[in-house]
Design a protein around this ligand. Structure first.
Ligand code: GLU
Length: 464
């Protein structure tokens, strides 16, 4: 078996979107699984749409996901001489030819074919054939170069996702591989790159299925070994429509901004069209050990935001508290919230992590402890009943001397409600509202302990 070499070959025309990230992940994982090499290639020949910012967005996204490449990034724009050299070789060996058909002639040809209800296609007028006499080359027309696609037979491959796919060669035009200005075209560059880079497995989106027969024919003409292909089905949004910008966070870095952990996104993407039995939660290492092309589903995968949130919460809980705290501290700092005055941030993070499914939600929850909380007066009036006020006063008095630990505070809460004959929420709800501004908060004993004696006593006393 040849050593595995895979590549991710994005066009830098936007950000790294979730579909591209999944393609990158599968290509990366396949290389890692087989001790192979993962190559990053930037397909930037569409100069009108490619930007340095988009290149950077791809590099950032890959880095954030931890999909490190072993070779590259190679930029197609830096390989122009190589493409031109291969075109010359193909012209010399007869696998490509100059075509002088003008735009007007092509338009006329198309009109004629459409009138006859035929599929518009190049008619091969400049294609050299044994015994055929070509017109004299016009000196004033810069020619394009066309690939001499085989005329007969079929071109087929065993797609690792979709099964056997066949195209009749008769259906394929003689593809333009160099424009009149000499620049090579997209499908051609991909072939030269896959060949030069020794790619053994091409894992990419199924929007490329129609390019594959052309690429296989060109690779064969070059004498290159044809790689194994795996075309991944598209990703649908939560609503079943093709995933697009409409669905919100489709850029990988948007997930970072929204408070997702890369490990959660990786685990999530791994299950987007691939499975290992019923396994839903697994580490990157485990994924690499399990990953194969046989268990990629041919049908479209559907995005499920709830599941991603669930995984994110899982990975947040697994993250060491100190690390989680550093992340939350960063988020709060970016919002201008100083966490040095107030309770210990790590304690707050630990108390709220179970209730938060993103880092941002966690930051939102703990932010109140470092900014001035004004309980909603209506909400407070609704929950702080006249009968609870004396209990609240007793509680505040008890806080002055209670041992500052959750079980002792819990005992104090119980003692106070027992003495006043109240049910727990009668005291707990106003406490939560006063201390956090909302009624959705963790158990009051832990909350009070985390906030600290002075802060709690001051805040509660204001309402007596
Ligand atoms: N540059 C192509 C794209 O972004 C990928 C080409 C390929 O993987 O062969 O869709």
């Amino acid at each position: 078996m040849k050593p595995v070499r895979t590549r991710f070959a994005p066009s830098p025309t936007g950000y790294l979107h979730i579909g591209g990230a999944r393609t990158a992940l599968f290509s990366w994982a396949y290389a890692r699984r087989h001790g192979g090499t993962f190559i990053l290639r930037i397909e930037d020949t569409d100069v009108a749409r490619s930007t340095p910012e988009a290149v950077q967005a791809i590099l950032d996204g890959m880095q954030w996901l931890g999909l490190e490449h072993d070779e590259g990034p190679f930029y197609q724009m830096q390989r122009m001489e190589r493409y031109k050299e291969v075109i010359q070789q193909m012209l010399a060996n007869g696998s490509a030819y100059y075509c002088y058909t003008t735009r007007e002639e092509l338009d006329a040809l198309r009109a004629e074919q459409e009138a006859k209800k035929e599929k518009p296609r190049y008619d091969g007028r400049w294609r050299p054939e044994a015994g055929k006499t070509l017109p004299a080359a016009p000196a004033d027309i810069p020619p394009v170069v066309r690939f001499k696609n085989p005329k007969d037979g079929v071109v087929a491959w065993d797609d690792q996702v979709k099964g056997r796919i066949e195209f009749a060669n008769g259906e394929l035009d003689d593809l333009i591989i160099a424009r009149a200005d000499g620049t090579p075209t997209y499908n051609f560059c991909v072939c030269v790159d896959d060949w030069d880079m020794g790619i053994t497995h091409v894992i990419r989106g199924d929007d490329h299925v129609n390019n594959t027969p052309r690429q296989i024919n060109i690779l064969a003409a070059l004498g290159a070994e044809v790689p194994t292909y795996a075309h991944l089905s598209m990703i649908l949004g939560d609503d079943g429509a093709k995933l697009s910008k409409r669905h919100g966070a489709v850029s990988v870095m948007q997930y970072d901004e929204d408070g997702f952990l890369p490990e959660a996104v990786i685990n999530y993407l791994a299950r987007l069209g691939w499975s290992h039995g019923d396994e839903e939660v697994f580490s990157r290492q485990q994924f690499v050990e399990w990953f194969d092309l046989d268990h990629i589903t041919a049908s479209a995968a559907q995005f499920n935001t709830e599941k991603l949130l669930w995984l994110n919460q899982h990975y947040m809980k697994l993250t060491p508290p100190a690390e989680l705290t550093a992340r939350v501290k960063g988020i709060l700092a970016a919002r201008g919230v100083d966490t040095s005055a107030g309770p210990d941030l790590e304690k707050a993070v630990v108390l709220y992590v179970d209730r938060s499914n993103t880092l941002n939600v966690l930051a939102d929850a703990v932010e109140v402890f470092y900014s001035h909380v004004t309980p909603n007066p209506e909400l407070l009036a609704q929950h702080l009943s006249a009968e609870a006020l004396p209990a609240l006063a007793d509680f505040v008095a008890g806080l002055a001397t209670v041992a500052w630990e959750t079980p002792a505070i819990s005992a104090l809460v119980k003692e106070v409600i027992g003495k006043h004959g109240l049910k727990m929420p009668k005291l707990a709800m106003p406490l939560r509202i006063i201390l956090t501004g909302t009624a959705q908060a963790p158990s009051v004993d832990a909350l009070v302990e985390m906030i600290g004696r002075d802060h709690v006593v001051t805040a509660l006393s204001k309402h007596l």
